[in-house]
Ligand binder design. Structure first.
Ligand code: GDP
Length: 681
């Protein structure tokens, strides 16, 4: 047998999910209103069978509570969920009370009320399937001394809930004249014909049974669905003594039952007891919801048509969920990394490292061989005369042998292990960042960070061991570097290339200065500086200090160009053809050292760092992007991209609408199937 009310409540919840603020897409609910102390909380709690509403003299409900009751016949547990807070399966109802209290208090006093409802679902084997709304104590607030604007805000919120087709449960206390019932007054405005209102009269035990009967038979304010009388509190001096928890409700029911039984005569033909009230609510809600099904289905269909159209036009009906979006991204990232792997091997490693070490060699040569300023005039002469000397002398001058040994050792001991590992690590990291920028992930700051961290993590685990291994392998070169003829010849060509480049840069810089300052002016200042340098003169002859410093720079460049030209000649001369002249051709020898260091380092970097990285990184990505992310994080990730957000939301909306429609259709079909035999039979 189909549990219709349950199904319809489910549909109602789904509709709320589709559009919380929707004015039209909704199924009716029962809205409970009553002035303070009318017994409103007691009625709600006796329906639920639990004390769960916040109490206290200053406790005025500031947010509507949308209460969904779900009958769970097959479980003993009574649980509560706050779906919006992602809090599920609470079993302690004092906690529920506390949460409701806090949620209420979070609404600032000056706002008086919040339109944002609190959603609370309670599951229990002893409750009926019902959907109720506990409306903010608007009657109390309205009555209080509120500024008109707030009064309007409160009234607007309440009016929205009291609208058809919602059912109004108007609570009034028997010991207060019904003519003064604020709940009935409000319900009469929203439902003037009294078609959707159920009157509940509480505290029947406080008036004479005869008076109570007159109230329940109310002729003055007739309601089509009538009045139900209840006693929702057992007297304090109860025979049952227990006043809290579930037992208190057993006591209340017993008390109510005994009271109406002993006054059976007076309450004949009257609707009394909480039990009857519950039955009535179930029946009325089911009927009202059923009546709303067809119009709601039509609206849902319209909404679905519109959404489907948008989905087709905007996204060509392409299926996309946050999960598939993430998977697509991870796949394309992995693919790009695979391509990177194919194009990033030993050759690339070598070029990165070689460039860096070439630069180091150029720096060493500049500071130890090509720098006129740092050398004594005689050194410079030797250096400049080197070309002539190269051909004439074969004996090694200790001055020059020592200089080359120092340079070689600076190179071999500069920490090639750490330097090369850092260089390659940084190159990989920056390439990964570039790759990420070519994928959709560029729109997701959080994911970019995750990918970067994953790469860093994989590289870090190997950093120290790789650096150590490389350092160990180049260790022999710290003591001796053997050179072969072929190596010498290759390195000589490379050296010529490097010195030529250096010379070009120096000439270009000099040319730039000439263009910006003017050739003549620059010559004047250079000439002045050379002469004043000789004379040690402080006089600046009207040259500005910046011009003086540019002049010094020009002199430096000119001297550097002269030396480089000479070195280029030396390198091209016969003297540098043979490795025997290494002390006189330091550029070539240092390049040989460089080549050896690079080749050895690359061998190990490739195996230790690169191969390991390309094996582990995709796995690390899977771990971090697929396994470690919660569903919520995946959704958050996908929605960071506005277009994806729209895509996912539109698709979700479409799917929910389809689901709702299917559910409504199933109920309507069921109802029709039940009608057919009756009409034909
Ligand atoms: P609310 O302010 O409308 O939510 O009212 P409450 O449910 O808190 O009830 C107000 C007071 O009336 C409380 O002290 C209850 O114990 C008491 N009360 C509620 N229902 C009954 C009843 O049926 N009989 C009696 N005698 N007292 C009741």
């Amino acid at each position: 047998m189909m549990n219709l009310t349950r199904q319809m409540i489910e549909i109602r919840t789904l509709l709320q999910e589709i559009d919380r603020s929707a004015e039209t897409l909704k199924l009716p609910s029962i809205v409970v209103i009553g002035s303070q102390s009318s017994g409103k909380s007691s009625v709600l709690e006796s329906i639920v069978g639990h004390e769960f509403l916040p109490k206290g003299s200053n406790m005025v409900t500031r947010r509507p509570i949308e209460l969904t009751l779900v009958n769970t016949p097959n479980t003993a547990a009574e649980t509560a969920d706050f779906p919006a807070l992602k809090m599920y399966n609470l079993t302690n109802f004092e906690d529920v009370q506390k949460i409701l209290f806090d949620l209420n208090m979070a609404v600032p006093m000056e706002d008086a009320i919040s339109n944002d409802p609190i959603q609370l679902t309670i599951r229990s084997p002893t409750i009926p399937d019902l959907s109720l709304v506990d409306l903010p104590g608007y009657i109390q607030i309205e009555a209080a001394d509120q500024p008109p604007i707030l009064k309007k805000k409160i009234r607007d919120l309440c009016d929205k809930y009291l609208e058809a087709p919602n059912i109004i449960l108007a609570i009034s206390a028997a010991d207060v004249d019904l003519a003064n019932s604020a709940a009935l007054r409000a319900s009469k405005i929203a439902d003037p014909k009294g078609e959707r209102t159920i009157g509940v009269v509480t505290k029947l035990d406080l008036v004479e049974p005869k008076v109570a009967r007159d109230i329940l038979m109310n002729k003055k304010y007739p309601l089509k669905m009538g009045y139900v009388g209840v006693i929702t509190k057992a007297p304090t001096k109860s025979l049952f003594k227990v006043t809290r928890g579930h037992d208190a409700f057993v006591a209340q029911q017993n008390h109510e039952y005994t009271y109406f039984k002993s006054n059976k005569q007076e309450f004949q033909h009257c609707n009394v007891s909480t039990k009857i009230l519950k039955k009535k609510l179930i029946r009325v809600l089911e009927r009202t919801m059923s009546m709303s099904l067809t119009p709601t289905a039509n609206l849902v269909q319209q909404e679905l048509d519109e959404t489907s159209y948008k989905f087709k036009v905007e996204f060509n009906d392409r299926h996309l969920t946050p999960k598939t979006y993430l998977a697509e991204n991870v796949d394309s990232l992995k693919l790009a990394i695979k391509e990177f792997n194919e194009h990033f091997g030993r050759v690339e490693l070598k070029s990165i490292l070689r460039n860096e070490l070439d630069q180091k060699v150029l720096d060493l040569l500049a500071s130890r061989y090509w720098n006129k300023l740092s050398q004594s005039p005689s050194d410079v002469k030797v250096l400049i005369d080197n070309l002539a000397e190269l051909n004439s002398s074969k004996t090694e001058d200790p001055f020059w042998t020592k200089r080359l040994d120092l340079c070689t050792s600076s190179l071999t001991k500069l920490g090639v292990g750490r330097l090369s590992t850092t260089l390659i690590t940084n190159a990989i990291l920056s390439e990964i960042e570039n790759i990420v920028e070519t994928t959709q992930l560029r729109n997701h700051p959080m994911m970019k960070e995750v990918v970067k961290e994953a790469a860093q993590n994989v590289l870090n685990t190997k950093f120290l061991s790789t650096a150590d291994q490389v350092e160990n392998c180049i260790k022999p070169y710290k003591y001796e570097v053997d050179v072969e003829d072929r190596e010498w010849s290759v390195s000589k060509d490379h050296s010529i290339h490097l010195v030529k480049e250096e010379l070009q840069q120096v000439n270009a810089a000099l040319q730039n200065m000439k263009t910006s300052i003017g050739g003549r002016k620059l010559n004047q200042v250079m000439q002045y500086l050379e002469e004043s340098g000789k004379l040690n003169n402080e006089e600046t002859l009207g040259f500005s200090s910046s011009l003086i410093s540019r002049g010094r720079e020009a002199l430096f460049l000119r001297d550097r160009a002269t030396i480089l030209n000479l070195r280029l000649k030396a390198l091209r001369s016969n003297a540098c053809k043979s490795k025997d002249n290494k002390y006189k051709c330091p550029e070539v020898f240092l390049n040989v050292v460089n080549e050896k260091l690079t080749t050895t380092a690359v061998l190990f970097l490739n195996v230790e760092l690169l191969t390991d990285f390309f094996y582990k990184f995709p796995r690390e990505l899977d771990q971090r992007l697929n396994a470690n992310l919660t569903e919520e994080q995946v959704v958050k990730f996908a929605k960071e991209d506005p277009k994806v957000k729209r895509h996912v939301e539109l698709q979700q909306r479409k799917e929910l609408l389809e689901l709702v429609l299917a559910k409504i259709d199933a109920i309507l079909a069921f109802q029709r199937s039940k009608l057919v035999p009756q009409s034909t039979g």
